[in-house]
Design a protein around this ligand. Structure first.
Ligand SMILES: NC(=O)c1ccc[n+]([C@@H]2O[C@H](COP(=O)([O-])OP(=O)(O)OC[C@H]3O[C@@H](n4cnc5c(N)ncnc54)[C@H](O)[C@@H]3O)[C@@H](O)[C@H]2O)c1
Ligand SMILES: Cc1ncc(C=O)c(C(=O)O)c1O
Length: 310
């Protein structure tokens, strides 16, 4: 399957608009749905911003694409060949939304979930056609990060996986096909890094600013060019063996959630979306920071696309 003629994106928060904008750029008629009218209003601006980012990346426009904003789920699903669920990361909510989607679309329609890592089979349990249900894990911001994890549940067919990989490749994105594990690959690695960072800040080893500087250059810059498995070869496996013999036992193995995070979420300090979080944001700071981040990601993506991937 190439990019679907008609698609529906359910949930229009951080992820939905960028996903919709990319599908539309590749010629799909996209219906973006949310239960919140305010979220749909914000989504119009977010889709415009995403579209201008795609212009900066010089992604050609396939004619015929569009995004419409729908409060009504049934309208959003009409005629969809592909449905992407992007509602909050709560298993029961996702199951209920999936049941509503299934009630409105034919058994041949592919239903994908953008879950950050809930096992696909856990979500598919109550579905009447789990064979067409699949994980499609986009990375944030989805219109910029050219990689999508594709995860089959126990009952997903190989044909559905092939079709989804075809769509991902049609965007010029890389598809990473994985076996089902909680968090998939990306978030297992990302959350290992974040757990250690939070633990170091909590212990007072470094400030959050120093953490961000160290990880950006010492890890992010390097890993953007050399994958971790190749980096092991570059560093020397003997060095890894020596360092990990004393370091691994000292790394955080905290199985709970960092109190630094839970103290903030209790106060509804959720980060940029509430203009307060790990960092404080003054008037206009969030918009300026988001613009800086987008500019940086566009520049780095252009540079990375010109070098040989390692
Ligand atoms: N934020 C990220 O960086 C990121 C990255 C990759 C994947 N994800 C995953 O994508 C999904 C969405 O994440 P997000 O960050 O966009 O969440 P979000 O909270 O920003 O947005 C979710 C949206 O879904 C809407 N919603 C809630 N119930 C709904 C319903 N029944 N029908 C339609 N819309 C409904 C909410 O009003 C909200 O606008 C989650 O599963 C998340 O784990 C998030
Ligand atoms: C903190 C965090 N959690 C989940 C995801 C993706 O599922 C991301 C991301 O894509 O950036 C993230 O930053």
């Amino acid at each position: 399957m190439n990019v679907p003629k008609t698609s529906a994106v359910i949930g229009s928060g951080t992820m939905g608009p960028g996903i919709a904008a990319l599908l539309a750029r590749y010629g799909s008629t996209v219906r973006l749905n949310d239960i919140s009218e305010e979220a749909l209003q914000r989504a119009e601006t977010a889709c415009t911003t995403a579209s201008s980012v795609l212009n900066q990346l010089e992604i050609p426009t396939v004619p015929g694409g569009s995004v419409s904003y729908e409060l009504d789920l049934a309208t959003a699903l009409t005629g969809a060949d592909l449905v992407i669920e992007a509602v909050p990361e709560k298993l029961e909510l996702k199951k209920s939304v999936l049941a509503q989607i299934e009630a409105a679309v034919g058994a041949e329609v592919i239903i994908a979930t953008n879950t950050s890592g809930i096992p696909i089979s856990d979500m598919a349990g109550a579905m009447s056609h789990p064979e067409r249900f699949i994980g499609m894990h986009w990375s944030n911001p989805p219109h910029l990060i050219p990689m999508i994890e594709v995860i089959r549940g126990e009952q997903t067919t190989a044909e559905v996986e092939d079709a989804l990989v075809g769509i991902v490749k049609a965007f010029g994105y890389e598809a990473v096909i994985e076996k089902e594990v909680p968090g998939f690959i990306e978030n297992r690695v990302l959350y290992a890094i974040m757990r250690e960072c939070l633990s170091l800040v909590e212990q007072g080893v470094a400030t959050q600013e120093d953490l961000d500087t160290c990880v950006k250059w010492g890890i992010g810059y390097k890993l953007a060019v050399i994958g971790p498995m190749r980096l092991l070869d570059m560093a020397g496996l003997d060095i890894y063996e020596s360092v990990s013999s004393y370091l691994n036992p000292d790394l955080s193995n905290e199985s709970g959630i960092s109190p630094l995070v839970t103290d903030l979420t209790k106060q509804n300090k959720l980060g940029m979306k509430t203009e307060d979080g790990i960092y404080p944001y003054g008037e206009g700071d969030v918009a300026a920071k988001r613009a800086d981040i987008l500019r940086g990601l566009v520049t780095v993506r252009k540079a990375l696309s010109e070098i040989t991937p390692v």
